[in-house]
Design a protein around this ligand. Structure first.
Ligand SMILES: *Cc1c(COP(=O)(O)O)cnc(C)c1O
Length: 382
């Protein structure tokens, strides 16, 4: 019997235990230390940027990155409406206003032609656009081949929200390396975790130095605690960096397990017309979450029906992010929409995707879906 399968739980084992214990025993507990700088170096090497700054969350990394590219109060910042709320919240922290743009319904990633149109309109309205923040949705990179020239032509810096996408790539280049600055998250549900944490990655070493300064209360190098501006307490601790280093050693392995799981879902749903995998054609995804889209008109059932069937068997699923333009907190924000994010919200379902799922758990999930599909395809006995 399958019990209590979660969507994307942490995948922690003996390697993490040994790294964490070694850091604890080294005495580097309060709060910076050698694991912190090593973690930054290793992440920068993995992403292919000149440097990195480890912070307490992906949200903090977004905040510092927006400040780093010069976003100011009163600016407009373009954010996809389909994202986790942190992307929009970080914009508000700076005093700028998020303006939401719709996604491509097949991938969930930012709709680049629509972004281009939005930037044209904002320019015509005389708005100063401080940044565009593409989000690499569910572990798949946005279409940077199309996006980067659009932002470059508009003279707007790109802050890449790669919180979900560490390990993914686009044309061989790693997620996180596309914008002027990139953001990673090591929250508990992400592809790798420090229990909570994030990283700013960039080639711009002065931006990184400033991020590091702001993340440590903007403390000047003086024994008496000198501060010339308002900083933040955003630094990651050395202990959590040790946990991150162990997870990074296992990143490829964990990605491989998620990919295998996605392939098994793909095989299961392949014969079902009306069900497709979101972003299925992206072979460079890190496969963080496998999301299906269910078209009731073709298959006769809704995503919520499958969700209820699985919930009754203690298997967790989730709708995709509720679009920002539907959130009460952002009801007053401007937007340019096509209905694509609304469609994904109505018809999408994220399936258990964690790398720590055991074979019996995976078997239980696939079996429960198979049972549901069989019942749905059986001739109705009414
Ligand atoms: C998780 C996530 C974040 C925030 O990361 P935290 O580490 O939880 O602060 C930001 N953006 C996206 C798209 C995310 O999925």
């Amino acid at each position: 019997m399958t019990t209590n399968v979660h969507l994307s739980p942490p995948d922690i084992g003996p390697l993490e235990e040994s790294y964490l214990l070694a850091a604890l025993r080294s005495g580097w507990v309060a709060p910076v230390g050698p694991d912190l700088s090593a973690f930054e170096t290793e992440i920068a090497a993995r992403v292919g940027t000149r440097g990195a700054v480890a912070v307490s969350s992906g949200t903090a990394a977004l905040h510092l990155s927006l400040l780093g590219v010069g976003v100011m109060p009163g600016d407009v910042v373009v954010v996809p409406t389909l994202t986790f709320v942190a992307t929009a919240n970080a914009v508000r922290y700076t005093g700028a206003r998020p303006v939401f743009v719709d996604c491509d319904g097949r991938t969930g990633n930012i709709d680049v032609p629509l972004l281009s149109e939005l930037l044209r309109r904002l320019r015509a309205q005389g708005e100063r656009v401080g940044a565009v923040v593409p989000v690499d949705m569910f572990g798949s990179c946005a279409d940077y081949t199309a996006l980067l020239p659009v932002c470059q032509d508009a003279g707007v810096p790109v802050v890449e929200d790669a919180a979900e996408a560490l390990g993914a790539a686009h044309g061989g280049r790693a997620a996180g390396a596309f914008g002027h600055v990139g953001v990673l998250s090591f929250n508990g549900n992400k592809i790798m975790t420090t229990s909570g944490g994030g990283m700013v990655v960039s080639d711009d070493l002065s931006l990184l130095a400033r991020a590091r300064h702001l993340a440590t209360q903007a403390r000047e190098p003086a024994v008496h605690y000198e501060h010339r501006e308002t900083g933040y307490n955003y630094r990651l601790s050395n202990l959590l960096a040790a946990l991150g280093r162990a997870q990074l050693v296992r990143l490829e392995e964990m990605m491989g397990r998620r990919r295998l799981l996605r392939e098994r879902y793909a095989k299961l749903f392949a014969p079902v017309s009306g069900v497709e995998l979101v972003g299925a054609e992206d072979t460079e995804s890190n496969c963080w979450l496998t999301v299906i889209r269910v078209r009731e008109r073709s298959c006769g059932w809704r995503a919520a029906d499958l969700a209820a069937h699985l919930a009754a068997r203690d298997i967790e699923t989730r709708p995709v992010w509720k679009p920002m333009h539907r959130q009460p907190a952002y009801a007053d924000a401007d937007n340019l929409l096509t209905g694509a994010a609304d469609g994904l919200f109505a018809e999408g379902l994220a399936l258990p995707s964690g790398s720590a799922l055991t074979e019996p758990q995976v078997g239980g999930v696939l079996g429960a879906i198979d049972e549901f599909l069989t019942a749905c395809s059986a001739p109705a006995s009414r």
